[in-house]
Design a protein around this ligand. Structure first.
Ligand SMILES: Nc1ncnc2c1ncn2[C@@H]1O[C@H](COP(=O)(O)OP(=O)(O)O)[C@@H](O)[C@H]1O
Ligand SMILES: [Mg+2]
Length: 226
């Protein structure tokens, strides 16, 4: 599903962020990527959504080499990979429902389709009762669940979550991880990026450790064999 081969990223400032990275992630896996701050985790996420390009190496998603993707094809890629960020990135003047609907509107979806999909994804994150609330009326956990619902609207094959629990207390963090597990059970590949190893310790799934832009450990305690 995801095949990263010999990827090196050096930012224009000269900072090396990833060094000759090789990584395979299979369809349906739940993979956590852990590592201290500044080890290249977000850079890896940006590679996967084509927000940054590698200096060397290739990134294949479902057999499609996106390392030199045409900018016109990026929106198509972004429908296949849902992204969740630490800071939620919700529109403050729109309700939960409208925030999610907006992601479909910009993609040109028809009104009846939007009315169908938004309640479905709200149900998945247990937020149907908050559809008419504004972000400021929600807890941090609820805001992140809204962002996760929004990431699901195009039924992506992959969800990448970059520090999704970074602004949450441990109870809300556990709830977010549970929702990601539930989405994974539907068959979606999940990549959970965090500097907090405690979050992933109890998951009993594959954990990749990055250090200095390199993979220093790749442990697989789940059902998937390496
Ligand atoms: N846009 C950028 N320009 C220059 N250097 C960057 C940029 N983004 C990240 N870096 C550097 O690349 C390295 C990896 O950063 P990042 O991928 O954000 O790490 P992490 O997400 O693990 O904290 C760090 O040294 C960081 O300072
Ligand atoms: Mg980061």
């Amino acid at each position: 599903m995801i095949k990263i081969t010999g990827v090196t990223k050096i930012y224009p400032t000269g900072t090396p962020a990833l060094r000759h990275l090789n990584l395979h992630i299979g369809a349906g896996e739940f993979v956590s990527i852990v590592g201290q701050s500044g080890t290249g985790k977000t850079t890896l996420v940006k590679m996967l959504i084509a927000e940054e390009r590698p200096n060397k190496g290739t990134i294949e998603i479902g057999g499609w080499d996106i390392s030199n993707i045409d900018p016109n094809d990026v929106p198509y890629l972004r429908r296949q990979i849902g992204v969740v960020f630490q800071d939620f990135k919700l529109l403050p003047k729109r309700t939960v429902y409208e925030n999610i609907a907006f992601a479909l509107e910009v993609a040109g979806e028809q009104r009846h389709r939007i009315h169908q999909v938004v309640p479905q994804v709200l149900e998945i994150v247990n937020l149907a009762h908050k559809a008419d609330s504004y972000p400021f009326q929600l807890s941090g956990g609820e805001q992140q669940r809204t962002a996760i619902a929004r990431s699901l609207v195009h039924r992506p094959k992959i969800i990448v979550a970059d520090e999704p629990t970074g602004n949450l207390d441990s109870i809300n963090a556990a709830e977010i991880v549970d929702i990601l597990k539930k989405i994974n059970e539907f068959g979606t590949t999940i990549i959970l990026v965090t500097h907090n190893r405690e979050i992933v310790n109890h998951l009993r799934r594959r954990v990749i450790t990055l250090h200095g832009g390199e993979i220093v450990n790749d442990e697989n305690e789940g059902k998937y064999k390496l």
